[in-house]
Ligand binder design. Sequence first.
Ligand code: F6P
Length: 323
Amino acid sequence: MKKVAIFTSGGDAPGMNACIRAAVRGAIYHNVEIYGIYRGYDGMIEGDFEKLESRSVSNIIQKGGTILKSARSMEFKTPEGRKKAYEQLSKEGIEGIIAIGGDGTFTGAKIFFEEYGIPTVGAPGTIDNDLYGTDYTIGFDTAVNTALEAIDKIRDTADSHNRLFFIEVMGRDSGYIAIRSGIGGGAELVMVPETETSINEVISTLQEGWNRKKTSSIVVVAEGDEEGNAMEIAEKVKKQVHMKDIKVSILGHIQRGGTPSAQDRILASQLGLAALEGLLEGQKNVMVGIVNNEIVYTSFEDCISKTKELNQNLIRMVKILSV
Ligand code: F6P
């Protein structure tokens, strides 16, 4: 393999740049030409490619976002869109692809591989940490730290005013960001999609705290929780408790930006190089991940269809520690 391409797709995640850098430097080390594709699958369809050199990725390891930009392409979901993408790649003589993204990206990559057979290796880049086949995804650690910083600040004001706060964090259908930031931030309760927490349970947990003379409380809500979003949950709770000073904070996209943590930079560097080297060694239709400190390659099929379980002991721990 002498010419490969790399792109980022879906929601951006801190550390994507470190991953691009590692793959580019790895390609140069192995005497392989590497092209950056801008704006994910949209750029692939439009032929928005640029040859990357070692200096193209200087001074980006510490930067959030992605220098290759990102998009959630609707056109790539169509056979016509994928045909155009294949034609652009063929015209450029691309023999292998590195796709950095999440489950949407890998769903597209799997279909594209099945249709056109260009070897593709994925690297898990999403703040959600919801991919089977890797213990952690690129961007997750930074997002948790960002959420944690916000929770700490909200706790200060919650405490001063004796308030109850519902803080909504991202994660789509996964509760990983919520559980980690909730534990780290000393939340009274964490609501995640993986475990049902009824409004009655929320109220009884808060009530127990107030009975024990707690004056302020933090409930971290994963955006995908079954009971609704933080605003809806707060409204339901408000109707049934004496505490009327209830606030809602939705952390939103700040969780996607910012300087990647040390952990994310290192993880991204390892995965970027392993994606490139895996591709050169014949891996295809797989995502590279790290499980128990070992580099592993897992089929796109498993990554998108299998569930990465949330450790239920962590949920139990939140309950015990909020006594
Ligand atoms: O997948 C990353 C993520 O930030 C999710 O946590 C969130 O649900 C979604 O993307 C938001 O997407 P968008 O940036 O398109 O609003």
